[in-house]
Design a protein around this ligand. Structure first.
Ligand code: DGL
Length: 262
């Protein structure tokens, strides 16, 4: 049996953990939230580059997974190679689903909804050049949506007006009205998919990367025999964050929570 560690800044990666548990029900899927440093989407590249590789090395030392899944677009589009260089297990990243969106669009115009950090990444420029030549790609960064998702999973109501405020400018003229596919390029966003769908014009399709990341994790993970164990959720930021995250973890089946001091 395989043990995976799914990592994100907060609750967003729980969408990827769910997809992985569905695709590989026999796996133990541990989870780590860097709540002490949340949110990533408004941090500078330098701050994230200084933290991510060493944090992931610590997490791998503690959780001892067979595969590490970076369930965060903001982290993956910046630091995937640096993280790979620091850990000895296979690392799977989560990056915006530009390729399928560019293949499937009927109008030739796609939207990328992500964090402010992800929308300004050179990594996205490369993905566009490689997979979306001849398409119009409209990027929209929102830190507000991340916050709304984080609070929604902890049981707070979703303010639809705030969601609309974050989403609607993507559909502004001249090209916005022709968007037919929106890529949910932040793992927090599938948690509020219905509210985002309501804020989009009718007929717009939302796609995310959960299933694709799960498939890739299954492809690269070594098949090591291991004893069955309980899945553990790790959290940074001390006891206050442990308490704040407990309801979200419980909703996704994590009862054991351990604090990581970094
Ligand atoms: N869930 C993360 C992502 O996929 C980022 C959320 C944050 O800003 O921390 O980009």
């Amino acid at each position: 049996m395989t043990r995976a560690l799914v990592f994100d800044s907060g609750v967003g990666g729980l969408t990827i953990a769910s997809a992985l548990r569905k695709a590989a029900p026999e796996w133990v899927v541990d989870y780590a939230a860097d709540s002490g440093f949340f949110p990533y989407g408004v941090k500078s590249d330098a701050e994230l580059q200084a933290r991510l590789p060493s944090l992931c090395a610590t997490l791998v030392d503690v959780a001892k997974p067979d595969v590490l899944v970076i369930a965060c677009n903001t982290a993956s589009t910046l630091s995937l190679n640096d993280i790979r260089a620091r850990v000895s297990v296979p690392v799977v990243g989560t990056v915006p689903a530009i390729k399928p969106a560019a293949e499937q669009t009927q109008t030739g115009v796609i939207g990328i909804l992500a964090t402010p950090g992800t929308v300004r990444r050179a990594y996205l420029d490369d993905l566009e050049r490689q997979f979306a030549a001849g398409r119009i790609v409209i990027r929209r960064g929102s830190a507000g949506l991340v916050d709304i998702a984080e609070r929604a999973v902890r049981g707070q109501p979703i303010d639809q007006e705030q969601v609309a405020y974050a989403v609607k400018p993507m559909f502004d003229p001249p090209d916005g009205p022709r968007i037919d596919i929106v890529v949910l390029a932040c793992t927090h966003f599938p948690l509020i998919r219905d509210a985002i769908a309501v804020a989009c014009p009718p007929g717009v399709r939302l796609i995310d990367t959960g299933d694709a990341v799960a498939r890739q994790a299954i492809r690269v993970a070594p098949q090591t025999p291991r004893p069955t164990g309980e899945a553990i959720a790790y959290v940074t930021g001390g006891a206050a964050n442990k308490a704040a995250m407990a309801p979200a973890f419980a909703r996704f089946g994590y009862e054991t929570i351990e604090i990581i001091d970094v």
